[in-house]
Design a protein around this ligand. Structure first.
Ligand code: LCV
Length: 260
């Protein structure tokens, strides 16, 4: 069963996440399919990509596939984790990727969406950062990327500490959602913007996108600071709360956190 669909219209590629049954949870298999799609579009020198869920899907992506999270003793968001692989592939893609969002976005899928270059949504779009719902210690690279994309440490802290969805209106007010349009206009609006991009200099755009990514990532972190962060995170993913958060989700019940 394919978990994505790809279509090419002129110089624009459209990747649709189609694993509706699991609300496009970012499993290894779905991420592998997304990376393969991007690879093919890169070879075809596509000049813009639209990343979307199926029309009518109420969830753009439910985030990391919780059933694939390690139970304990292993970093749940390590460098080669599917979510990290997907985020890197989106950020390193040679051309702009437009996230077209007509539903809710959860957990690590928020980072995936915000790693795209332009976000266009409807009033149905929302963004919920949920590691605290599961007892997961988010990772430093992801936090830095979210800080850069959200642009406000206060808003990001509220998102992480409440796990409440950021509404489309608020996301638009702070610049996360570039445009909020009616559902009926979403596809046309997004494809028109993608087609406009495809008429501009692909080399100039490719080099500017790469420069922005490299400058975004140019945050010096001393080895000591990095090791302290990893020690803090290990305390969380080795905790009983971490195991409780994942088990509760898989058992479809509310977690009870003891703080240890
Ligand atoms: C696996 C799923 C998932 C899912 N994984 O439909 O950010 S971090 O650090 O936390 C990071 C580790 C991360 O991204 O963690 C995941 C964060 N995601 C969430 O907390 C969202 C969890 N999902 C939901 O709250 C609901 O599924 C939403 C609101 C997205 C959709 O609700 P809806 O009622 O439409 P169901 O909950 O019935 O889900 C349909 C099927 O998809 C599975 C879920 O287990 C169910 O499978 P079964 O039909 O086999 O029971 N599913 C949903 N999300 N993240 N599986």
């Amino acid at each position: 069963m394919s978990l994505t669909q790809t279509e090419v219209r002129g110089q624009v590629g459209i990747i649709t996440l189609t694993h509706d049954e699991k609300r496009n949870a970012l499993s290894q298999a779905l991420i592998d399919a997304l990376i393969a799609d991007l690879g093919r579009l890169e070879e075809a020198r596509i000049r813009a990509v639209v990343l979307r869920a199926r029309p009518g899907a109420t969830v753009w992506s439910a985030g990391h596939d919780v059933s694939e999270l390690p139970r304990s003793g292993r970093d749940p968001l390590a460098y080669n984790d599917p979510l990290e692989q997907g985020v890197r592939a989106v950020r390193k893609f040679h051309a702009p990727i437009l996230a077209m969002i007509d539903g809710s976005v959860w957990g690590g899928a928020v980072e995936l969406a915000l790693s795209c270059d332009i976000l266009i949504g409807t009033r149905n779009a929302s963004f919920a950062l949920t590691p605290a719902r599961l007892g997961v210690p988010y990772n430093p690279a992801g936090i830095l990327r979210l800080l850069s994309a959200v642009g406000s440490s206060l808003v990001l802290r509220e998102m992480f500490f409440t796990a409440r969805p950021l509404t489309a209106q608020r996301a638009h007010d702070i610049g996360v959602l570039g445009h909020v349009v009616e559902s009926a206009d979403l596809e046309r609006f997004t494809l028109e913007m993608a087609a406009e991009i495809a008429l501009l200099s692909p080399l100039s755009i490719q080099v500017i996108k790469e420069q922005i990514r490299l400058l975004d990532d140019a945050t010096p972190l001393s080895p000591g600071t990095f090791e302290r962060i990893q020690g803090l995170r290990r305390r969380v993913y080795d905790s009983k709360d971490y195991r409780e958060g994942i088990t509760a989700f898989l058992e479809k019940r509310k977690p009870v956190y003891g703080g240890d």
